[in-house]
Design a protein around this ligand. Sequence first.
Ligand SMILES: Nc1ncnc2c1ncn2[C@@H]1O[C@H](COP(=O)(O)OP(=O)(O)OP(=O)(O)O)[C@@H](O)[C@H]1O
Length: 699
Amino acid sequence: MSASFTSSLPTMASLKRGLIIEPDDDQELIQPSKLPTIAEAGTGRPIRPLGQNISATNASSTRRLGIGPPPLTKPRPPALSGPPPSITTRAPRATSAPPKSSAPRSISQPVSLTRSAGVRTVSGPQKIIFSGIAAHDFRFQTSHSQTQVRSIPSSRTAEDARLAAEMDAERTKVAALQAEHLTRAHELATARTQETSQRRELISQNDELEALRKWHARELLELEEDARRHEDELRDVSADLAATREHLERERKATESLKEALAQKSATQISLQSQNSAMHEQLAALRAANDGTAETVSTLRLDLEAARRRVDELEVEAREAEMVRRRLHNMVQELKGNIRVFARVRPLLSSDVPGADDEKARMAALANMAFPDSRDHREIVLSSTSESATGQERKEAWNFSFDRVFEPQCTQEEVFEEISQLAQSCTDGYNVCIFAYGQTGSGKSFTMEGGSTKETVGMISRAVDQVFQVTEELKRKGWEYTLEGQFLEIYNETINDLLGKGEFDKKKHEIKHEKGSTRVTDVVVQQLGSPAQVRSLLAVANKRRTVAATLMNERSSRSHSVFTLRICGTNTHTGQVCEGALNLVDLAGSERLNASGAGKDKERLRETQNINKSLSALGDVIAALGEKSEKSDKHIPYRNSKLTYLLQNSLSGNSKTLMFLNLSPLAAHLNESLCSLRFATKVNNTQIGTAKKQIKSTS
Ligand SMILES: Nc1ncnc2c1ncn2[C@@H]1O[C@H](COP(=O)(O)OP(=O)(O)OP(=O)(O)O)[C@@H](O)[C@H]1O
């Protein structure tokens, strides 16, 4: 662009060249003195030929226009063609020298030449040179002229007159030419002045042009810079544009999918609207029907009110009857001693039967168990059919009765309802001990610890929740409580602190009994502020429990776990102090040695022997406690096992003890179940005595 722009501009030199006029030409133009001088008519002075003047005038006018060839310095004689011009020879005047004969001479005489059309007629004296053949003609003409001389005088007058007339005409023309010349000279002067001013103007314009050129060069550079910047910007904008296009494309797709969704929604809305209108119609019909039955309803309402009142009355009567029944039951318990046994049968699990969906297989897997006491739920009857040695079918049945029997479908909530009063007793200053006894896989851990959901959570969490709730309620009566917990495990007759650090507790722990309360040395005793804290504590302990696989259960606990919640309350009004403890014990599996398959493994054998030893020690302690109520000097063998020694204060006659007997529903476990039932019956038949509150007075 710049190159073409530059090349299109004319250079200063060319501009100057185009505008400057050569001074020689001008001088020639303004030479009025060189104009032909014309003799006055009648003076007889020769007149300069006009051809030169005319040429000069024409040439000057042509040159003034800047075109045409340079002026001729000398006019050329007109070409002679055709017949020779007719020459009128005048008689020589007196003053004239006589003509010289035979030699060629130049004759000066007026010649009248008639040119072809368009050629000016020139009149005036012409010098003609004759030679050669022309001389011969001249001689002929001379003789011919001599013949005519006699007629000259007459014609001469006419000729003079004609010449005079011609001279006048020429003079007029010269005057006109001079006037024209003056006009042209004036115009020339004016043109000169204009030219000078134009030149100045031109120079200033040239300067301006130069400045403009420089400015243009600068502008050009700036423009090029701008162009580069714009190109960069254009690139950026193009990139932005591409990104925006992509974005737009995405947006378009999203819009399309939204449109599709909208269309679907619209279709759904339409169908919903039609359904809605149909339902409106139905509603109107139902309202009409409803209005019709309103009267019937009011009548029925009255009847219902009456029936409800009757139900309320009956419920009050039933509650009163239940209260009486419980009071009587408690009286029986107290009379009997302070140990209770609850039997609980777990449901059949899908893992118990290979084809769990097969109802026949399920029925075949189940042991024959019956629960005949549908009112008090106290009885459980086990029966079996076998072949006698003589091949006869032999039917056997075993009847057991406990404080409560929970059937397989009973929930954790229902079980806890029965023990809640007992759990609450520890806030009143009783030592309470609840333990779960049964073979491996019978549901002891499920009963005590339970699952993670609200429905399956076990007795420990529920009891703790209740204790916290009761202590909160008793605050209004001036009681302030501190609660602390410990969680121990007895494995192979060794105490392991489940709240301690490390994989396995290597410390040696000792059990100490002081004034009705039990302490274990070097174990973590955690202050408890909320049920949530207890739950996280249980989770920690659970991880550390020693678990080993046996044939009886995939996840078999081979140790006894004892969770102890110690409660100490002080009444700020009365100054009374009461201390109670709630022991929740998950005992190790009670199965016999050969049934567990532990006989093949030395470690398992040792575990089983220790478990059986401690469980039989527990049975012995309970039996001795029963005997002690008859013989006061009876020795109680608490020290026979770590378990009985740890639970000494919670098993003695001053405590409330509850044993859960957990039973498997499987026919394969019938014999183990019978063993457990017999052990529980022994415990149940033991009369320990009446529980005592541990209340001290600070005063
Ligand atoms: N009442 C019940 N309802 C539903 N499932 C139960 C019930 N009782 C026990 N179970 C299930 O039976 C299986 C065995 O129960 P659990 O582990 O409590 O037995 P256990 O007697 O504690 O065995 P171990 O001595 O090995 O600890 C578990 O999967 C448990 O969830």
